[in-house]
Write a protein that binds this ligand. Structure first.
Ligand code: NAD
Length: 398
């Protein structure tokens, strides 16, 4: 009975994502494109903006050139730097209060997925006042948000191009997924210069997030030609450049390629949603505070293996895509080779394999919420049982 409900939800999600009206952003690319984006703010006539960021980035000096470009162009600004990883409702409310009280006409978000998501919801809350919890789910809001300029400083979430935002309810600690075409920023700068400072651990985790988006999008029942094109681009770029960016953070070619991989991964899952990797990873983030990319990396190959036969043909295509296929191998063997390539990359970057603080007593909660999240939002290639999810989670215990 529940599976039938999930299948009906998957059809509804597929069509909602296809039909949801989206604003197409203008994209600035390349070194110092973030500064060109700031000039654009002035060209468009905005006189005062709110910069949304996190305190580490703000005090590290990463935003210095952005701020001086705004000053040179006579754009006044206020700063909200209170965003923390996995932002909560209260951070969005505090940023929106500042946006309102400072009379800012637009928002410039500079940071990782946490900052971008908080800024996206700040923009929406300003023009659609109300209870943040009521935004949860996939539905269009009444009013367009405050104009948003997005400058990602990590390469993984693709949040700059997605209709999604993930905000945590500070009381239940549940990560609330929100899908609304009006969340997509109006202007984006993919500026690899700002990604050089990412330490290898964050490069690795966020890069695996981009890979997860692309793979889960391709395996989604909602996958179609346009989403596949973006998923393939992301997967090729991740396999070609992630280890390079991990080994040498100053390799701007690799950083730029990973910025694009992240963007393509986001563009892919924006149209298809994701799958059980995210369903489980969100629970690890909620219960153990595991960073999102790390949580995805902990279960990506294991979930692919657990899907079994129904994904062999697609995973075999991915083995061919990244050029690791050997002749005369069956689809099942090629699928296994792709899964092994993901495991090898995870190992080479020394990514943690277990979340800190996961307890046996958490397993029923993870299983329940992962099944509910995937069942209501993700057109997964096949539905898993409670036991299958528990079998995926149990090896993560310390
Ligand atoms: P993050 O934004 O939480 O940042 C992680 C850490 O990296 C922070 O401490 C930050 O200060 C630091 N950091 C960021 N840029 C840096 C840089 N250039 N140099 C040094 N340090 C830097 O991490 P994230 O993985 O980018 O984002 C995760 C969040 O995004 C989660 O809340 C997740 O749920 C959400 N998400 C959203 C979408 C979407 O489509 N909206 C998709 C995937 C994930």
């Amino acid at each position: 009975m529940k599976i039938l409900y999930y299948k009906m939800r998957a059809v509804a999600v597929t069509w909602l994502l296809r039909l949801m009206p989206r604003q197409a952003p203008m994209i600035f690319k390349g070194a110092n494109s973030s500064l060109a984006l700031c000039e654009q703010v002035a060209v468009l006539g905005y006189q005062k903006v709110l910069i949304v960021t996190d305190n580490f980035l703000y005090t590290s000096g990463l935003l210095d050139k952005i701020i001086s470009t705004l000053e040179e162009n006579n754009v006044r600004f206020a700063v909200y730097d209170g965003v923390l990883p996995d932002p909560t409702f209260d951070q969005v409310q505090a940023a929106e209060k500042k946006l309102r009280e400072e009379n800012c006409e637009a928002i410039i978000a500079v940071g990782g997925g946490s900052v971008l998501d908080a800024a996206k919801m700040t923009a929406m809350l300003r023009t659609n006042p109300g209870d943040l919890a009521s935004f949860t789910g996939i539905r269009p809001s009444k009013n367009a948000g405050t104009p948003l300029f997005a400058i990602p400083t990590t390469a993984g979430t693709g949040s700059e191009i997605t209709l999604a935002a993930v905000i945590t309810d500070p009381i239940s600690h549940m990560k609330m997924p929100i899908g609304d075409g009006k969340l997509i920023p109006r202007y984006i700068a993919l500026d690899a210069e700002l990604m050089r400072t990412m330490p290898p651990s964050i490069t690795a985790a966020t890069g695996m997030d981009a890979l997860t988006h692309a793979v889960e999008s391709y395996l989604s029942k909602a996958s179609h030609k346009a989403s596949e094109e973006h998923a393939f681009a992301a997967i090729k770029l991740v396999f070609k450049y992630l280890l390079r960016a991990f080994d040498n953070g100053d390799d701007l070619v690799a950083r730029d390629a990973m910025a694009q991989a992240s963007f393509y991964g986001g563009a892919a899952f924006d149209k298809t949603s994701v799958g059980y990797v995210h369903g489980i990873a969100h629970q690890l983030g909620r219960l153990c505070g595991t960073p999102h990319g790390n949580a995805n990396a902990m279960v990506l190959p294991e979930v692919l293996l657990a899907y079994g036969d129904c994904v062999h043909s697609k995973l075999a295509n991915l083995a061919k895509l990244i050029g690791i296929e050997q002749t005369n191998h069956t689809e099942a063997e090629l699928a296994q080779q792709f899964i092994q390539a993901v495991i090898d990359m995870r190992k080479q970057m020394d990514l943690p394999l277990k979340p800190q603080g996961l307890k046996e007593s958490h397993i029923p909660d993870v299983v329940k919420e992962a099944l509910a999240e995937a069942g209501s939002l993700y057109p997964v290639p096949r539905y898993m049982s409670k036991k299958e999810i528990a079998d995926l989670v149990r090896p993560l215990l310390a």
